[in-house]
Write a protein of this length. Structure first.
Length: 285
């Protein structure tokens, strides 16, 4: 499918972070692959999905940890890397590589407290952890990561979006606010909750499994991949640069999305519903 779409100003800014991530990963010899809609965009559009408003990449845990530790030393001056390693008030179990001085506030995070750093325009970097073969162990691992991940967000936001209909949404909102204020009263920080989340996410290490999964999501099985599907990566055009995608991208994307080469109907074209996008000095990137 030819890409007749012209990137938006936001997408051009995000592209700067993709280019920088690819450069830094090559300098550090860190492995990554485009993920989710970014991988679909590379394969189907040779660039952004026209309505997309972010970018996603994934890394095996060992590469993710090295990236967090070493990337700040080689990143260009225009870039900032947010994670629990660098920003204790950060409430997500994955990292964000963004443009300094920009802001991207989704409706889901609009109620975050001032303790949480502003999320910049950029891309999400997801760690992939070992998915154990024992299904009981995996089910327990999935429940724990979901629980600790939700509490991380509730520590800084009293009213996350649920998508539930009324009156369930109203009841859920009351519970969320109660948990939010209880965490605050007990001085439970996102950093404490992240350590619990990471311990659960890494519970499969040493089991010999060659399957990796994204435990930042509600359904890690859907976002799982064998190492030999992920690596060696393939290089594909993405707008005016090249990025890495899973080597067996068709297997990976078919498992996650089904008929991913077909455009979804308009009502299924999801975005992050931003309430604020500030491109700062990168408005004409």
């Amino acid at each position: 499918m030819n890409n007749a779409h012209h990137p938006t100003d936001l997408q051009r800014a995000i592209l700067l972070t993709l280019r920088e991530l690819d450069r830094v990963c090559q300098v550090l010899d860190v492995s990554y692959a485009a993920y989710g809609g970014t991988a679909i965009g590379a394969v189907r559009h040779q660039g952004f999905i026209p309505w997309d408003d972010d970018a996603d990449v994934c890394m095996p845990r060992e590469d993710y940890d090295r990236f967090l530790a070493e990337a700040p030393g080689v990143l260009g001056k225009d870039f900032v890397l947010l994670s629990q390693a660098s920003h204790p008030g950060y409430c997500r179990p994955f990292a964000v590589l963004g443009l300094e001085g920009t802001a991207f506030v989704s409706s889901a995070s609009a109620t975050s407290s001032q303790r949480s750093p502003t999320i910049p325009v950029g891309l999400d970097v997801f760690p992939l952890d070992v998915m154990p073969q024992d299904q009981r162990v995996f089910a327990r691992q999935s429940r724990r990561t979901w629980w600790w991940g939700r509490l991380m967000f509730l520590a800084v936001s009293p009213s996350p979006q649920t998508g539930l209909p009324f009156p369930l949404a109203q009841a859920a909102s009351a519970v969320f606010r109660t948990v939010h204020w209880a965490l605050g009263a007990a001085r439970v920080t996102p950093a404490v909750l992240y350590r619990r989340w990471e311990r659960a996410a890494r519970a499969g290490e040493g089991t010999g499994s060659q399957v990796l999964a994204d435990y930042c999501t509600r359904d890690p099985r859907r976002w799982s991949v064998r190492r030999d599907e992920l690596f060696p990566v393939a290089r594909m055009p993405f707008e005016d640069i090249e990025i890495a995608v899973p080597g067996k991208y068709d297997d990976v994307l078919t498992r996650g999305y089904g008929l991913y080469m077909q455009l979804p109907p308009p009502e299924e074209r999801m975005t992050h519903d931003p309430v604020l996008v500030d491109l700062g000095r990168f408005a004409d990137a």
